[in-house]
Design a protein around this ligand. Structure first.
Ligand code: PMV
Length: 346
C-alpha cells in the first residue's frame, strides 16, 4: 500500500545572515530570521512500494512537470539521513511540489521546499514504523531540513527563528528554534514586501557562495560580526528598538553582499535597480520618518520590512517603486505562523 504525506512550509528571510558553513551543513555563525506567510511551498510525497526490480527511486515534479535537475539534491538528502529515515529503501518516491513564488528569484524556495520535504519524509518514516508523532517532531524535521538546505531549518517555526548556538538562543548548530521570548509588540505581524527587481535564475548559487567563505579574507571578522549582531538583535526585539532594527537589518544585508563582492572569485548579485530601490527606501524614510527598511537575500530582489501598523502609509510608496523598478512585480508578505499539514489530494 502507498503511503502519502502532504505539507506546506513557508519561506523565511534572514535578518542576521547565515553565510559560510562547514562539516555537514553546519553554520559558521548564528542567524535569525522572520518566517513569511505568503511565500510557501506545498509538497506531497507518495511512497509506492517497490515490487521486483522497481522503477526510478525518486521522481520530482514542480507544478506538474518532471524536473530531474532537482532529484540529485533530494537523493543526497536521503543518503545523509541514513538509518533515521529508511522507508524509502523499500519505496519509490513520487514528489510533487508547487511554490507560490518564482523559483530561484532570491526568495528562498530551497528553504520552504526543503522544510516541506523534511516534514513529509519524517511523517512517512513514522507512518512506516507505525509510530506516533513525538513531541519534538518539528525539531527533528528542522534537523532533517538543514541537511537539504541550511536556511530551511528555520522554516519549521513561525515568527522569529534562530539557528546556531549563541547566548539566549534555544537553537543549536544542528537545528533551528523559535526565539525563546515574546518579541516587543511593534514587531508583531511585521510586513515584508518583496520587490522583484529581477526574476532570472541566480548566476552564482548559495552553495558556491558559502564555499567562497572558506578562504575569505574577511571570514573571521564576518562571523564575529554576525555573532555580535545576533546578540544586538535579541535586545532590539525585546526592547522594541525600531531604529536599532533598521540599522541592523540594512547593515546585515550589505555585509552579506560585501562578502560576495570581496571573495577570491568575486561576483555581484545586486542589479542597478536593487541600488535604485534601496535609495528610494532611504529617501522615503528620511522624508516621512516612517520605520521602513530593507534587507536582501542572496539575490537582486529587495525585501522591504515595516511594521504592520503603517501598512496604509507605505502602500502607495510600494506601488510606485515596484511600478518604476520592478515592472509592478512584488509579493506583499508578512510574518507567518510556520508549516501546516495538508490533506492529500490523491
Ligand atoms: O540555505 P542556503 O544554503 O540556501 O543559504 C542561504 C543563505 C542566505 O539566504 C543568503 C542567508 C540566510 O541566512 O538565509
Amino acid at each position: 500500500m502507498s503511503l502519502i504525506s502532504r505539507w506546506q512550509a513557508p519561506s523565511n528571510i534572514a535578518l542576521v545572515k547565515y553565510w559560510g558553513k562547514y562539516g555537514i551543513q553546519l553554520p559558521c555563525n548564528p542567524s535569525v530570521s522572520l518566517t513569511l506567510q505568503a511565500a510557501r511551498t506545498e509538497t506531497q510525497v507518495e511512497a509506492i512500494p517497490i515490487v521486483g526490480s522497481g522503477g526510478e527511486p525518486v521522481q520530482f515534479y514542480l507544478d506538474g512537470q518532471r524536473k530531474e535537475g532537482f532529484e540529485p539534491k533530494i537523493w543526497a538528502l536521503l543518503q545523509l539521513l541514513g538509518d533515521d529515515c529508511g522507508f524509502w529503501k523499500a519505496h519509490s518516491l513520487r514528489i510533487s511540489s508547487s511554490n507560490t513564488f518564482p523559483h530561484s528569484a532570491g526568495i528562498a524556495s530551497s528553504a520552504s521546499g526543503m522544510a516541506a520535504l523534511a516534514l513529509c519524509l519524517l511523517d512517512l518514516e513514522l507512518q512506516f514504523r507505525g509510530q506516533e508523532r513525538p513531541p519534538n517532531f518539528y525539531q527533528i524535521a528542522s534537523r532533517w531540513a538543514r541537511l537539504g538546505s541550511g536556511s530551511a531549518c528555520r522554516s519549521l517555526y513561525g515568527g522569529f527563528v534562530s539557528w546556531g548556538a549563541s547566548k539566549g538562543l534555544n537553537s543549536s548548530l544542528e537545528e533551528g528554534a523559535p526565539l525563546p521570548f515574546e518579541v516587543h509588540s511593534i514587531f508583531n505581524g511585521m510586513r515584508d514586501a518583496i520587490l522583484m527587481v529581477d526574476q532570472a535564475e541566480k548566476k552564482v548559487s548559495s552553495t558556491v557562495g558559502h564555499g567562497l567563505m572558506t578562504d575569505h579574507w574577511y571570514a573571521e571578522r564576518r562571523f564575529l560580526q554576525a555573532e555580535s549582531n545576533t546578540q544586538r538583535l535579541l535586545n532590539i526585539l525585546i526592547e522594541g528598538d525600531s531604529q536599532g532594527f533598521i540599522e541592523l537589518a540594512e547593515a546585515e544585508a550589505l555585509s552579506l553582499h560585501a562578502m560576495m563582492m570581496t571573495s577570491a572569485s568575486n561576483y555581484l548579485l545586486m542589479r542597478p535597480n536593487t541600488i535604485a530601490v534601496i535609495e528610494e527606501i532611504r529617501t522615503f524614510r528620511k522624508q516621512t520618518s516612517l520605520p521602513v527598511c530593507f534587507t536582501l537575500d542572496a539575490g537582486p530582489n529587495v525585501h522591504v520590512l515595516y511594521p504592520n501598523s503603517i501598512q496604509d502609509k507605505v502602500q502607495i510608496f510600494l506601488e510606485e517603486v515596484s511600478a518604476k523598478f520592478c515592472q509592478g512585480k512584488r509579493l506583499d508578505d508578512a510574518m507567518g505562523n510556520g508549516p501546516v499539514e495538508r490533506i492529500s489530494n490523491v
